[in-house]
Each structure stands twice: as C-alpha cells, then as structure tokens.
Design a protein around this ligand. Structure first.
Ligand SMILES: [Zn+2]
Length: 271
C-alpha cells in the first residue's frame, strides 16, 4: 500500500494511519478465520508545517543598550547614498517606554510564531540589552542569509498630533534594484493585514495611504532581499502609545507580520 500525503493543515506531529487489507472478502477479514489473513500497516505521515522552506528576516530597530556607547552608535557609515550615523537610541513614549523594547517584543513574538509554522528566522540582534549592530550590518546580515522576505520593525517618533502606521519602501539604486517591485508588493500585503490585525489606522502624517518610498535608509538602500520598514505607530502620540506599549497590540503586530509572510509567499494562512 502506498499512501502519500502533504498538507498545510498546520500539524507538526506525525499522524498515524492504520489500514487493513485482506486476501478475501470484506466479510471474512477477522483473524478467527483460518482461511484468511489480516495485515495491518502503520504509515506515518509527516505533514509539513505551512511555512516550511521559507526564510524570514526580522530586524528589530535599535537596541536597548545603544545609549551606553554613543561613540559607537554615532560613528558614520555609508548607507548606499550618503554617510549617516551607525544607529540611534530610537524614540520612546512620553512615559519613557523605549522603541527598542517595542521592536524587540514584536520581533520575538513574530519569530516564535514563524518558527512554530516551519519558517527559518534570521534576526539582526539577539537581545535587547546590547549595543548595535549598525544599520549597515543589519542589512548585510539579511542579504547574506538570502532571506525570502524581511521586515525592519520600528515605532515612530512623529508629531504628537499624528497617528497611525506607515510602511517605508526602497527607492531603486545599485543594490536594491532587483527587489524594489517585490518590496512594494510586500508593503501592500502588510498594509492590509497590519490594519486588520491591530486596528491601527494609516498614518495621518507619513506617506500616501500609509506607504512612503525612502532613499535615505541603509536598511532599504542596501537590501538585496524583498524588504519593508514598518513604523508600527507613533510613540509620541498618546493614543498610539497606549496601543504600542500593550502586550496584546504587540502580539497582533507580530501576527500581522506572519500573515504578511503567508500572503507574500502565496500560502494559505493557518493562523
Ligand atoms: Zn526606529
């Protein structure tokens, strides 16, 4: 007997399938008959998790220890078009909740779900207590890993009266020219699922319909993989800040990233 199965049902554990066959009619398949035989075959079917084979890059913006080493963080790096600082400390809410903590929480939540679903995840930093790496190194890490799709995760420090999320996309240059179109497609997928999952509105101050091309960011200038940078909300706005600092919003933001991976890869979501 040959039984094949492949499915995207989300099962991560083997499924046992027992089947019986007989050399005689179906009415005489019990072992009490001396003239018939019964064979039981157990076939283990491994259902592939739904994101098997997909490699996802997650770049949680800034780092919780960046303030400790201004000389390193301020040194100049080439972002593909101009020199800029290696990184910044990131912004914070008026109450002092740091952007680096927000981006780390979202990235870890997204990583955990993506790995559970079979994806391989490449992170650009591995704790929220360190310094760096520079924005150029973050881009290199994801480029060298040849990830299929990548997200730079940030929270914005916008005008206090402005609300909402914006997705920044690359502008064609010598490095990113092969992925400008696919990155824009990713932006559209992410815009839909991010709003649905989190309820965060489109930015009232950044981009057109929440999408903004940018040619001044290393992460977008130097990328050779489809990538967007999402400003998940405005940390300086009181309403957005309440959302951005809540665990439930952070988990929904992570789920939106996972849903965007499904959409970008053309796979049916199972979450
Ligand atoms: Zn940022």
């Amino acid at each position: 007997m040959v039984l094949t199965a492949c499915g995207f049902a989300g099962a991560t554990t083997p499924t046992s399938v027992a089947s019986s066959s007989s050399t005689s009619s179906s009415s005489s398949t019990t072992s009490t008959s001396s003239t018939t035989s019964t064979t039981t075959t157990t076939i283990v079917v491994h259902r592939a998790p739904p994101l098997t084979g997909v490699v996802v890059g997650l770049d949680p913006g800034h780092n919780g220890g960046n303030w400790r080493d201004p000389a390193f963080i301020d040194h100049r790096v080439w972002n593909g078009r101009e020199f800029e600082a290696c990184d910044t400390t990131g912004t914070a809410t008026d109450a002092g909740y740091p952007e680096a903590q927000f981006t780390w929480n979202v990235a870890v939540d997204a990583r955990n779900v993506l790995q559970h679903l079979g994806a391989r995840v490449v992170l650009t930093r591995h704790s929220n207590g360190g310094v760096g790496p520079c924005i150029t190194t973050r881009a290199e890490v994801l480029d060298r890993a040849h990830v299929d799709v990548a997200f730079d995760v940030h929270g914005d420090g916008g005008p206090p009266g402005g609300r909402g999320f914006a997705i920044l996309v690359p502008v064609r240059d010598a490095w990113n020219h092969r992925v400008v179109g696919s990155s824009l497609r990713l932006a559209h997928e992410l815009r839909t699922v991010f709003h649905q999952a989190t309820g965060m509105p489109w930015s009232t101050y950044d981009g057109v319909d929440a999408i903004q091309p940018r040619d001044d960011l290393a992460g977008l200038n130097l990328t050779t993989v489809p990538k967007v940078l999402i400003e998940c909300g405005n940390m300086r706005n009181a309403t957005d800040a309440r959302l951005l600092t809540s665990g439930s919003f952070q988990r929904e933001a992570a789920r939106a990233i996972v849903l965007a991976v499904f959409a970008f890869e053309g796979r049916r979501p199972t979450i």
